[in-house]
Write a protein that binds this ligand. Structure first.
Ligand SMILES: Cc1cc2nc3c(=O)[nH]c(=O)nc-3n(C[C@H](O)[C@H](O)[C@H](O)COP(=O)(O)OP(=O)(O)OC[C@H]3O[C@@H](n4cnc5c(N)ncnc54)[C@H](O)[C@@H]3O)c2cc1C
Length: 439
């Protein structure tokens, strides 16, 4: 059945035949792309044109094997992080990397080589993947590991679904002392102090993140909240441990005038006040996935949706360059409602993995054409000038010339793709927009 599908930002919509089945190997046979839970914001999980078939992995969600002596878990690609957390957190195991939502599939985590609040310590998800089973464009089933068919493996990690349909994944889970998180929160008055402290605290803490208020006026612009955490010890853990199951839902597309800068400024001020400084044990879902408590929260942005712009500013740049970036943000024709800052460690090993040592900033902006394109262009010009790059899992507006200029690894990636898919069968709206694939 042909239906309209979109990424999480709901900016790009495509009419496509989306096939869903427990038998992922079957439905990927004539699909141009596989998608998971559609949590990438832009057009990465969308087929390029109407009439093409896309496979959806969400029903291929069996846990296949777990080896408690090595911590290696083998799953079908459609298993979600939510499923894994439910089963494994109470038993003392966690995913080594958690993005900001647990409603992602393991296939999507491999394809985007996702990062979490512990990137400075643990790198991105691909570092923990041990084995992949794929359907290639030729229809063949292939297996690869970091050592065998390593070319296919590292092109697939972070390869945005363009090298093959991921059917099964084996990765190493992390042993944890308890499922709870010990968290410390502190307010920070200025951007400059936030940048210094984020880096310093990364030496002590496995998880760090900063929330930044980019709507506050005058000298309050850039006030931040620094959140640090670690898995709580057994002695600190609370009992019993239960998943947070109560979730409210946004039932309709909220009219655009509701979510406006004045309202968000008030919200940010309130949020900043409540984060005055605290320490203690919190539920892992509160710590890792604060937005998940409100289902369909993307509808808050109204019918035209929103974009998330995420880039990395390399560690080689001085702090003054990061501050310059925020001066640019201040002058954009669109408000930034939400901004999150993280410290990146070692680069991702995937051929076009996003992470690179430096600061990464993710910002939510309402979609207001033609301002959206203007804003992304200006941000990209800056990112290019400092040698950074954008995160494809969030992108919908980057121009191909900007992408090519910020991605010297593209030629190697294209070569790998041609090797496994000489006819260019596998493609997405994103690969047509940025990599010159046929529609
Ligand atoms: C609230 C929120 C917070 C987030 N926080 C973070 C964060 O902190 N860090 C981070 O890295 N990301 C973050 N993300 C982005 C998200 O983790 C990635 O976009 C992830 O890829 C989404 O997984 P999915 O299953 O929804 O995949 P989809 O969005 O459906 O697809 C994403 C990409 O993966 C490919 N893909 C999916 N499944 C397969 C498969 N089986 N075989 C081959 N290719 C496949 C698709 O083709 C597409 O290119 C966040 C997203 C949201 C909505």
């Amino acid at each position: 059945m042909v239906q309209e599908i979109s990424g999480w930002g709901r900016v790009i919509r495509v009419a496509a035949e989306e096939r869903v089945s427990e038998d992922l190997a079957l439905i990927t046979r004539d699909a141009v792309l596989t998608r998971g839970l559609g949590r990438s914001y832009g057009d990465a999980s969308l087929p390029p044109a109407s009439g093409l078939v896309v496979a959806n992995s969400r029903l291929a969600n069996r846990l296949l094997a777990f080896d408690a002596s090595t911590g290696e878990l083998t799953v079908e690609a459609g298993v979600s992080l939510h499923d894994i957390n439910r089963v494994f957190l109470p038993r003392g195991w966690a995913s080594p990397v958690s993005p900001g939502t647990q409603f992602v599939t393991v296939g999507g985590m491999v394809a985007a080589d996702v990062h979490g609040k512990n990137h400075h310590r643990e790198g991105s998800f691909g570092r923990h993947v041990r084995w992949l089973r794929l359907r290639l464009a030729s229809g063949q089933i292939a297996e690869c590991t970091p050592d065998e068919e390593a070319g296919l493996f590292w092109a697939t990690v972070g390869g945005m679904g363009l090298t093959g349909h991921i059917l099964e994944v084996r990765f190493a889970m992390e042993r944890i002392p308890s499922p709870w998180i010990w968290q410390e929160v502190r307010q920070i008055a200025s951007l400059e102090t936030m940048l210094t402290q984020l880096r310093e605290e990364g030496v002590r803490w496995p998880f760090t993140v900063a929330w930044v208020d980019l709507l506050a006026r005058g000298s309050l612009f850039g006030r931040s909240v620094l959140i640090c955490g670690r898995w709580a010890d057994v002695s600190e853990a609370r009992h019993p441990f239960r998943p947070v199951t109560r979730r409210r839902r946004v039932p309709v597309d909220v009219p655009e005038f509701v979510l406006n800068p004045a309202l968000m400024r008030l919200y940010n001020a309130g949020h900043h006040r409540t984060c005055r400084g605290s320490r203690g044990v919190v539920h892992p879902e509160t710590f890792f996935y604060p937005l998940d408590t409100l289902a369909d929260w993307n509808r808050m942005y109204g019918k035209r949706g929103f974009i998330q712009y995420q880039c990395v500013i390399p560690a080689s740049q001085p702090v003054s360059k990061v501050l310059e970036f925020f001066d640019l943000v201040r002058s954009l024709p669109l408000p930034v409602y939400l901004c999150v800052f993280k410290d990146f460690g070692a680069p991702g090993d995937g051929l076009i993995s996003f992470p690179a040592p430096g600061f990464t900033v993710a910002m939510d902006l309402p979609n207001r054409p033609p301002h959206t394109q203007v804003a992304v262009d200006r941000l990209n010009e800056f990112v290019l000038s400092v040698g950074g790059r954008v995160y494809l899992a969030k992108d919908a507006h980057t121009r191909p010339e900007h992408f090519r200029a910020m991605e010297p690894r593209l030629a190697a990636f294209n070569e790998a793709r041609r090797r496994w898919d000489p006819e260019g069968r596998l493609r997405s709206a994103l690969s047509v927009r940025l990599m010159g694939d046929r529609p």
